[in-house]
Design a protein around this ligand. Structure first.
Ligand SMILES: Cc1cc2nc3c(=O)[nH]c(=O)nc-3n(C[C@H](O)[C@H](O)[C@H](O)COP(=O)(O)OP(=O)(O)OC[C@H]3O[C@@H](n4cnc5c(N)ncnc54)[C@H](O)[C@@H]3O)c2cc1C
Length: 361
């Protein structure tokens, strides 16, 4: 009998899962991918898109073609509810999708929603709406930009925004601020942190640490200290919460993110697999990063097929560290691995080549 596999979300893990299937066709399963759009944004190229180096089409993966090539169906819908007991997911379209096995790879949502009620407050995650919105607002950045959240993604965006301003002829006195409620780059190695701080200073990015944001009105970011900051546009990278429908689905979760076993199955509902940023892995030290989602994909697909056949499942073992190639706004990058930071002229070319290979694979 053919097993009905439902993939919810066209995240990085589902992209590599479908690519694995392309090379290893399986006639015993019928696969449907549900994603709101026909394209998925590749996060590694988003800072380059914001800086103006890449067009939107260059940073997007064609999910329709991927599904056709791997023998899967694609449905454009946005899941708003999941019933793990009756084994069905409900879409915004009003349709219901039943499954034998399901996999969820829907990423995270950045920013507290209550603060983001204007079109000048852009949440960076999910990335597809962000990329669409950036194309509209980036023509006029003269009112200043603040990036809230000083992780690696926020830092790359700060460099990218400054580069975009400079190439639009805006002087460095137009503020670009990086705001964090604790310390920026707290999860990065000391050498990367030091190097990036120097670069941020050189790019005239104002760093505000231990700074809590209260609101955003009339081009001013209101801070808990009572001070305010000029910023017409805010890019929110903080928050990092699970989608509400997922947190409320009844799957056993930690901070809203369903907890999975090493085989990427929900610990409470083993017919459901969860991958990428949406999952809470057994090893809580593993950061939410695209590289882990990408590597999970092939194991995820093999495990779903194995489960449908009653065969043993494999474990996903996250690597301890990975090569970080951090873009610096202009066509330049810094590399870091195992605490060692390297700055070389060819790194931007290397990063672009790796990223393009992934998108076009
Ligand atoms: C600026 C920036 C740069 C980054 N650069 C890097 C990098 O260079 N390297 C790295 O390792 N990590 C990077 N990251 C982190 C990286 O973005 C994430 O770890 C990665 O995107 C996680 O992938 P994912 O598979 O969990 O889901 P995502 O890539 O977030 O994709 C989720 C998909 O699910 C879809 N979806 C969402 N909700 C629903 C729903 N309800 N129903 C159906 N579909 C839905 C979305 O449309 C989307 O296609 C960066 C992050 C930022 C903010």
């Amino acid at each position: 009998m053919t097993a009905n596999l439902l993939l919810i979300g066209g995240g990085h893990a589902h992209v590599t899962a479908l690519r694995w299937l392309q090379k290893h066709p399986c006639p015993d399963v019928s696969i449907t991918l549900i994603n709101p759009r026909a394209y998925a944004v590749y996060s590694g190229m988003v800072p380059g898109f914001v800086a103006g180096h890449f067009s939107r089409s260059e940073v997007e993966i064609d999910l329709g073609r991927l599904c056709t090539d791997s023998g899967a169906d694609i449905i454009h819908d946005f899941i708003i509810d999941l019933d793990p007991i009756r084994k069905r997911a409900m879409g915004q379209s009003g349709k219901t999708y039943s499954y034998d096995l399901s996999s969820i790879d829907v990423g995270i949502v950045s920013a507290p929603l209550s603060m983001c009620d204007s079109k000048m407050d852009l949440t960076v995650k999910p990335m597809s709406p962000f990329v669409e919105a950036w194309a509209q607002v980036s023509e006029n950045l003269s009112g200043g930009v603040a990036i809230v959240g000083g992780g690696l993604g926020g830092v790359e965006l700060a460099f990218a925004v400054r580069h975009k301003m400079r190439s639009s002829g805006l002087p460095d006195r137009v503020p670009v601020s990086l705001v964090d409620q604790s310390t920026i780059l707290s999860a990065s190695s000391p050498s990367l942190r030091r190097t990036l701080r120097q670069r941020l200073n050189a790019a005239s990015v104002d760093i505000l640490e231990d700074t809590e944001v209260r609101g955003h009105h009339d081009g001013q970011l209101e801070l808990a200290s009572g001070r305010s900051l000029t910023a017409q546009l805010i890019l929110w990278t903080v928050g990092g919460r699970a989608h509400d429908w997922l947190a409320e689905s009844g799957l056993k979760a930690r901070n809203g993110f369903p907890v999975v076993t090493a085989s990427l199955q929900s610990i409470s509902h083993p017919d459901i697999f969860i991958a990428g940023d949406a999952a809470s892995l057994p090893d809580m030290r593993v950061p939410k990063a695209g590289v882990y989602a990408v590597r999970q994909g092939p194991i995820l697909m093999q495990n779903m097929i194995a489960k449908s056949q009653g065969a043993p499942l494999q474990d996903f073992t996250p690597q301890k560290d990975y090569l970080k190639l951090v873009s610096l706004g202009k066509r330049a990058a810094i590399a870091e691995k195992s605490g060692l930071t390297v700055q070389l002229p060819g790194l931007w070319g290397l990063k672009t080549w790796i990223d393009r290979c992934f998108v076009q694979d």
